[in-house]
Each structure stands twice: as structure tokens, then as C-alpha cells.
Design a protein around this ligand. Structure first.
Ligand code: F6R
Length: 236
């Protein structure tokens, strides 16, 4: 696992966007796995800016998002606001779990099938939860899990309550499984702030444990972690 330390959120966002944009420019076709949340917002801002300034097309890009709340389109709206409305990606090449599907179980297997048909994920961007979750794979999730419906923990609900000031916060989500994430050819994990320091420490100093989902990445051959000083604080 490679660690790149940056001084602050701004630098992290720029470097993450540089990594993605270089791939977008050079690949003939690319399947990007994307995350939502606070952490990648700056990365999407830079990516949108680069794409505009360089008149870079995204016609050859397919995206696959990690997760969505059940009964909600929160992350669909997030992706639209932060990235999709700023680039020319064909709409049918955007994939986000449908949290409003009549059958959630069926939606999960359709999502897995879709990723397979795309030929897998070339580069998956991840954030990390304070409890070490990746996607919405909460502590205790099997490392073999495929896309599934999860019951969110109190810690995750609390961390994300800010997105639901005007509406009731769903307590369930659909998430790509850890097994699905691990099949990505390359992974870029972003961590900002001291609240993530313990999870980042477990990633580099801990050992494989389903109690800390992110430790599943320890054995992946191509993971880069971009962390600011706060997030890597417990590694020194
Ligand atoms: C979001 C996701 C989550 C977040 C994590 C960190 O799609 O999969 O795992 O990456 O909860 O969230 P922030 O960035 O808001 O601290």
C-alpha cells in the first residue's frame, strides 16, 4: 500500500483529481468507481474544472458508484451536483444503486452483473468512515460480501446526519460489497482530518480484521492512500 501525505484538503483534492484526470485523458475506455461524502467533493471540483479548461471529453468513461440510501436519491443528486452536470459523460454510462428499486435484492444482483458486464472497475475511489467502513460496509461485514443491503450503524448515521436536515435519514443503504471493491484493478483511498486517524492507522499498522472493513485493502496489490496530516497523525 502506497501512502502519499499532503498538507491539507485542497492539495489532496488537486492530487486526487490529477490522478483521475491523467487516466481519463490517456485511456480509450475507463470504468471509474466513485464515492460520495465530504471527502471527494474537492476532487470533483478540480476534475470538473480540468475538464472544462482542457475541453476534455468523458464520452469514453463509465462510472459505478459505491452506494445509495434505501428509499432515497441522495447520492444520485450529490453526483449530479458535484460531477455529472459538469462533464459530457453519456447518461447511460452512469451507474448508481437504485435505492428506490421495488426489489432491493434484485437491484443488488443486477448491480453486480452490470459491473461484470463492464469488465470490472479500473480505478475505485474510496473514502473511509471513522469506524473504518468502506462504501457502507460496516464493521463485521464479510470480506467476501458482494453488493448488498446494509443496516447503517449509529456512528455512520451520526456522521451523515448533516445531509438530512430537511428529511428523515434512511437507516439502510445499498452498498457495493468488500469482495466487489477488492476486485477493482486499482484503488485510491482518500482520508482527511484527525477523525479518520484511527482508521488510517489500522490500515497501515493493523492486521486483517472484519471489525475494521478497510483492513481488507491490506492484501490488495494496487492501493494508494492519500492522507492529510490530520488523517495520518497516528502513523508517526
Ligand atoms: C460514500 C461512502 C462512504 C464515505 C465515508 C466517508 O460513498 O462510500 O464510505 O466515503 O463515509 O465519508 P466522508 O467523506 O463524508 O467523511
Amino acid at each position: 500500500m502506497k501512502l502519499i501525505t499532503v498538507s491539507d484538503e485542497e492539495e489532496l483534492s488537486r492530487i486526487a483529481a490529477d490522478i483521475l484526470f491523467t487516466k481519463v485523458k490517456s485511456a480509450k475506455r475507463l470504468v471509474l468507481g466513485l464515492a460520495t461524502g465530504k471527502t471527494p467533493q474537492g476532487m470533483y471540483r478540480y476534475l470538473s474544472k480540468y475538464s472544462k479548461e482542457c475541453k476534455q471529453t468523458f464520452q469514453h468513461i463509465h462510472t459505478v458508484n459505491l452506494d445509495e440510501y434505501v428509499g432515497s436519491t441522495t447520492y444520485h443528486a450529490y453526483m449530479e451536483e458535484h460531477l455529472f452536470r459538469h462533464i459530457d459523460i453519456p447518461r447511460d454510462q452512469i451507474h448508481i444503486p437504485d435505492g428506490e428499486a421495488a426489489s432491493l435484492i434484485e437491484e443488488c444482483s443486477k448491480y453486480e452483473q452490470m459491473i461484470k458486464e463492464l469488465g470490472g472497475i479500473d480505478l475505485q475511489v474510496l473514502g473511509i468512515g471513522e469506524n473504518g467502513h468502506i462504501g457502507f460496509n460496516e464493521p463485521g461485514t464479510s470480506f467476501d460480501a458482494r453488493t448488498h443491503v446494509v443496516q447503517l450503524t449509529d456512528s455512520t448515521l451520526k456522521a451523515n446526519a448533516k445531509y438530512f436536515v430537511d428529511s428523515e435519514q434512511p437507516k439502510q443503504a445499498i452498498t457495493m460489497g468488500i469482495g466487489t471493491i477488492l476486485e477493482s484493478k486499482e484503488i485510491l483511498l482518500l482520508a482527511i482530518g484527525e477523525r479518520k486517524a484511527n482508521a488510517v492507522k489500522e490500515l497501515f499498522k493493523g492486521s486483517l480484521s472484519e471489525d475494521i472493513p478497510a483492513t481488507a485493502l491490506i492484501n490488495h496489490p494496487n492501493v494508494t492512500v492519500l492522507a492529510d496530516k490530520g488523517a495520518r497523525k497516528l502513523l508517526d
